[in-house]
Design a protein around this ligand. Structure first.
Ligand SMILES: Nc1ncnc2c1ncn2[C@@H]1O[C@H](COP(=O)(O)OP(=O)(O)OP(=O)(O)O)[C@@H](O)[C@H]1O
Length: 351
């Protein structure tokens, strides 16, 4: 178990704690001893490739799937054996699961059945306004856009004022422009209400921009838990490095007592002490180019990929090809001899 994971589990103030959670379906170990914790009001992402166990983990927290082993604590109370409705957790599904025969107002007020009608409707209207749907109370789900339906589902979940809300691919049905705006609004709403959230996504950018912390999974196993910038810039292994964005994986050698590694692109500084053979990750945006200089490994620009707001150059150096990001000011063209410079320490990977 890695250090951030261990320390997050020890947190005593956690809203949600998941310990050694496991689930098998026949031959498939969908989730294997997963562990993480979520602080009150924190937005936490479960991310990984298709089939890595994100939804199964979320479904076990919701109570729709019974774990084979492990513990789930909400506010310090064990809940893994409780039925979903007893857990006090709000849930927003991918397809929103709105009642088609109920108006927006009645959909949102549904969770408040125990309150008198007036009070129920007044509260539902407050949450409808909060998600920006004021004036649409009387509409039915099929009279709303995907983004509006998404907000109704969220208003319904928030209205019950749970301490924790679970969101399964909540933005997947929205087009790209609406998705970014809805994400920002929902993040603002969650922060305003102080409700903690665990959400599942396979979209790296979404996890990095929406979550306070994220948990990267592979084959049912938690790989790394941490703040987006930390996990992006300091991935623990090659899988996490490659999953969260483009990167260059280089092998290198660290001489006894040295703080740099010899790599095909020259000596690079390391983010932590290491010795012997090492595997390194350097993001394309952390490389820079300078004119070729005597005594430095000779690199050559192989390809130039213009992408509008920036460009990627493919550089051949010491038998390896690396990619680096630059912009319109870059004077180098394919065929030019150059020198590659690492602008920050390379990440030493565990495998
Ligand atoms: N009810 C089930 N019966 C059998 N196998 C299942 C069941 N639910 C999930 N699985 C399997 O468990 C593994 C994890 O599935 P899960 O849905 O949790 O992955 P995921 O990361 O959410 O994937 P996706 O991004 O595609 O939704 C997969 O191999 C999946 O096929």
């Amino acid at each position: 178990m890695n250090a951030p994971l261990a320390s997050s589990i020890q947190a005593t103030t956690a809203l949600l704690t998941v310990r050694a959670l496991s689930k098998r379906f026949g031959d498939v170990q969908a989730v294997a001893e997963a562990g993480f914790s979520v602080a009150p009001g924190e937005i936490f992402a479960l991310i990984g490739p298709s089939g890595c166990g994100k939804s199964t983990t979320l479904r076990m927290i919701a109570g729709f799937e019974r774990p084979d082993g492990g513990e789930i604590l909400l506010g310090g109370r064990r809940i893994e054996a409780e039925p979903p409705e007893k857990r006090g957790v709000g849930i927003v599904f991918q397809d929103y699961a709105l009642f088609p025969h109920l108006s927006v107002l009645d959909n949102v007020a549904f969770a408040l059945a125990r309150l008198p009608r007036e009070e129920r409707h007044a509260k539902a209207r407050r949450f409808i306004a909060m998600v920006g749907l004021e004036g649409l109370d009387a509409r039915f789900p099929d009279q709303l856009s995907g983004g509006q339906q998404q907000r109704v589902a969220l208003a319904r979940a928030l209205c019950a004022e749970p301490r924790l809300i679970l969101l399964d691919e909540p933005f997947s049905n929205l087009d790209a422009s609406l998705r970014a705006a809805t994400r920002r609004e929902i993040r603002g709403l969650l922060k305003e209400t102080g409700i903690g959230a665990v959400f599942v996504t396979h979209d790296q950018e979404e996890a990095l921009s929406f979550a306070d912390r994220l948990c990267v999974m592979k084959n049912g196993v938690v790989q790394q838990v941490g703040e987006p910038e930390r996990v992006y810039y300091r991935p623990c292994n090659a899988f996490v490095a490659g999953f969260l964005g483009r990167t260059n994986i280089l092998s290198g050698r660290v001489a006894a007592g040295a703080s740099t590694a010899d790599t095909p692109i020259g000596p690079v500084a390391l983010d932590r002490p290491a010795s012997g053979e090492v595997l390194l990750s350097i993001r394309p945006e952390h490389l820079a180019l300078e004119p070729a200089a005597p005594g430095c490994p000779i690199a050559r620009v192989a390809e130039r990929e213009f992408k509008g707001h920036d460009m990627t150059l493919w550089i051949e150096c010491g038998g390896s090809q690396v990619q680096m990001d630059t912009d319109f000011t870059c004077p180098f063209r394919p065929g030019d001899s150059v020198r590659l410079v690492a602008r920050s320490a390379a990440t030493v990977l565990s495998d």
